[in-house]
Ligand binder design. Structure first.
Ligand code: SF4
Length: 739
């Protein structure tokens, strides 16, 4: 048995559950991951990603040297098409980074000074010429709170722009906007571990077993050991259906009629909580008027869910002593994602299942630190702490904190991720800085995204791998993964936990916050301003600066979160944290009911495109695949597959494992089919992790008008047999999509 040199306790870099990890390190190399049994988040349990998915840290393709394009070094014009397509090649004893460089004729390895000077010179040039509206930045839901806070500070304090966003826009923006409108807060109201206190709970739009496996374990425990009743409302026959009292298999995009019909039943049968409604809410009368048309029969016609099942689910939820709702991106990733989340919030207000332990409204956040990146203000409408940027009082607080003249910060709402790219043209966004995100995998309608990426005048990629988006960059800055940095992540429970470095960065890679400070100092010197602080000696200093203004984090110190973290709001240094929100009131005062209408998805099936495509994750992989596809996890799930119901497969003459072509109005992919009852008749499912068959080549870029989240969960597609020889090479994971 190998004896570790040290065991470092940290937080998982994958999903929002935030499991505690123990990294066993020998000779500056992690060789094993375990978890402490006394962790309040995961009690020693880990899923396959947390347990085995760490080896990407040592993958030969890790980028560990800054890169600059040759045309920049030679002072030449940027070529028209700067996207570099390149093959993934075996390391053959030499670093693939070097191999890539020798094969990419116009990338040149360089030192940090040279790379950062090119970034500072070009960002300064564009800012001086075109002003704040030409500048934009993508923050990163995988990076720490400290990294994200500094990145948005650099863009707001130096470039005076709110064009700051990150992938929360692409996952839970609908939930965030709905919760803000109805309650004044935007996070989960209760903790996931409270599920064992539920009598009844609804899981909707969430394949929890694959996306949040440890929360799924707790849900199963609630059913098996504590007698809770689970209602699954989902188009797919997800694993949790085996444990559920009821499964309501609705058609994708028909959430509002189903949830509103449940509200209709609760009102009609007088199962409402009158005391809660009268003491804690507003807008009830207008709301119940809007429910008239949402009879269970009307909802059945639209959603396919039998009216009697809607009635039964409504009664179960309303009459429970403690009931909660857990939801995922099947609710929010729609062009009416905000309305879908509001329909769930209406149910909680009607029944008073909010503001107590074992109840609540719980959007399960996707990435490890998407909650934290949002808390840190990496959004175009909010400073850290969800303070609106168009409010003078809020702006004044951050002007003071960042030593900026009164009125200096922009009050103009910024652009969202998808808007930033669609504004990439003359007179719009000219320079984009991407920290750790991969829009060429995560944005909808990738063929269109590709055109936008080409339009950027200057692009910086700061990442650990050269990914599909980095291929468009002018400068590449090699950063560090979770195992090489200190800081904090905030999980889906609002629990702020420590991240600790297991060893030093590989090669010349640097931690993100230090790269940002170094760049910000260079920018200030070129722009002859000397305002905000950039000379931090450690990440805790950064978190304290943010917490001095954002009262949710004021009482959080690294000392206090050393062992098990703290659940914010933590307004003072002796506050114990707040696992359950809204016990007395809502941040906006009264909870607001929202009358809703049914708006169909933007693309209904047609003769030409008869299937609805829905997209999501699988257990073994994570997002654009940068980490998991460069890990042993890729051996367990090596290629993209499309799930199709057996009845559909038979009609189309398709057998399990056959190659098929899936086309939409925007693109096509070729991949193998899995014939499975998991997906309903008329619905196909493709995970979005695989560059060689990127699901987002097909998805629709129609946006929710309020949250600006794209409609990833429903678009119309056709599926037909393809030839074996048309299948893409699954080993070529970089830039091999058919675009
Ligand atoms: Fe990591 Fe999420 Fe798995 Fe926990 S459930 S080990 S946080 S990926």
């Amino acid at each position: 048995m190998i004896k570790p040199d040290r065991i470092v306790t940290t937080t998982c870099p994958y999903c929002g559950v935030g499991c505690n990890l123990q990294l066993h390190v020998k000779d500056e190399h992690i060789f094993k991951v375990t978890s402490p049994f006394d962790s309040p988040v995961n009690h020693g349990n880990l899923c396959v990603k947390g347990r085995f998915g760490y080896d990407y840290v040592y993958h030969p393709k890790r980028m560990t040297t800054p890169l600059v394009r040759r045309y920049l070094l030679e002072g030449k014009e940027r070529p028209e098409n700067r996207e570099q397509r390149f093959e993934v090649v075996p390391a053959n004893g030499q670093s693939v980074s070097n191999h890539l460089v020798s094969n990419l004729l116009d990338w040149v390895e360089t030192d940090w000074d040279t790379a950062l000077n090119f970034v500072a010179d070009n960002l300064t040039r564009i800012y001086k010429r075109d002003g704040s509206d030409a500048m934009a930045v993508y923050a990163c839901a995988k990076a720490t709170n400290e990294d994200n806070y500094l990145l948005q500070k650099m863009y707001r304090a130096i470039f005076r722009t709110n064009n700051v966003d990150h992938c929360t826009r692409l996952c839970h923006a609908g939930s965030v906007v709905a919760l803000q409108q109805a309650t004044g807060s935007s996070a989960m109201s209760n903790t996931a571990s409270q599920v064992i206190q539920n009598d009844v709970f609804i899981v909707t739009g969430s394949n929890t077993s694959e996306n949040h496996p440890i929360i799924a374990l707790q849900m199963k425990e609630a059913v098996r050991q504590h007698g809770a009743k689970m209602i699954v409302i989902d188009p797919r026959r997800i694993e949790l259906v085996d444990f559920a009292e009821m499964w309501l298999p609705l058609k994708p995009g028909t959430n509002v009629p189903v949830f509103s019909a449940m509200a209709h039943v609760i009102v009609k049968e007088d199962l409402v909580n009158h005391e809660f409604i009268s003491n804690r809410t507003e807008g009830f009368n207008e709301f119940i008027e809007s429910l008239d048309k949402f009879t269970p029969e009307y909802a059945e016609e639209i959603s396919g869910v039998p009216a009697d099942d809607i009635r039964k689910a409504a009664r179960m939820y309303a009459t429970a002593d403690k009931a909660a709702i857990y939801w995922g991106m099947g609710i929010s990733q729609l062009s009416h994602g905000t309305a879908s989340a509001l329909a769930l919030i209406n149910l909680a207000f009607l029944t008073g299942h909010i503001g107590r332990e074992g109840t609540g409204l719980n959007p399960l956040r996707g990435q490890n630190n998407v909650q934290g990146a949002s808390d840190m203000g990496c959004m175009p409408f909010h400073y850290p702490g969800y303070m609106r940027v168009d409010n003078d009082e809020n702006a004044a607080k951050w002007e003071k904190a960042w030593h900026i003249e009164a009125g200096g910060l922009s009050r103009k709402l910024g652009l969202t991720t998808t808007e930033i790219l669609s504004h990439a043209h003359e007179g719009g966004i000219r320079a984009l800085y991407i920290m750790g995100e991969n829009p060429m995998m995560s944005e909808p309608n990738l063929n269109e995204t590709r055109k936008h990426m080409q339009q950027l005048e200057f692009l910086v990629a700061q990442d650990i791998f050269m990914n599909e988006s980095g291929a468009f960059a002018d400068v590449f800055l090699p950063a560090t993964p979770f195992a090489e940095k200190d800081g904090t992540f905030s999980n889906t429970d609002r629990r702020v936990q420590r991240v600790r470095a297991a060893h030093a960065p590989r090669g010349q890679a640097r931690v993100d916050w230090q790269i940002i400070c170094d760049l910000a100092t260079r920018l200030e010197s070129r722009l002859r301003v000397n305002t905000a602080k950039w000379d931090y000696s450690n990440p805790e200093e950064i978190l304290r600066e943010m917490g001095n203004v954002n009262s949710d984090y004021t009482g959080i110190t690294y000392d206090r979160i050393d062992k098990v973290g703290l659940i914010y709001p933590v307004p003072t240094l002796d506050h114990p944290g707040t696992p359950t929100l809204f016990t007395e009131s809502f941040p906006r005062g009264r909870g607001k009911f929202h009358p809703l209408d049914f708006v169909p998805v933007m693309e209904e099936p047609s003769d030409e495109y008869p299937f609805i495509l829905t997209t999501g994750r699988v257990l073994e992989h994570w997002h654009g695949g940068s980490m998991t596809r460069n890990s042993v996890l890729n051996d367990a799930y090596p290629e993209a597959r499309v799930d199709m119901n057996p009845a559909d497969a038979e009609i189309h003459g398709i057998r399990n494992n056959d190659p098929v072509c899936v086309t939409s109005r925007r693109g096509e992919v070729i991949l193998r089919v899995t014939v499975t009852e998991k997906t309903s008749v008329g619905v196909v499912f493709i995970p979005f992790h695989f560059a060689e068959a990127a699901a987002n080549l097909l998805t629709n870029d129609a946006l929710d008008p309020q949250a600006k989240i794209p409609e990833f969960k429903a678009c119309a597609v056709q599926v037909f047999p393809a030839r074996e020889s048309d299948l893409p090479n699954p080993d070529a994971v970089l830039n091999r999509g058919r675009y």
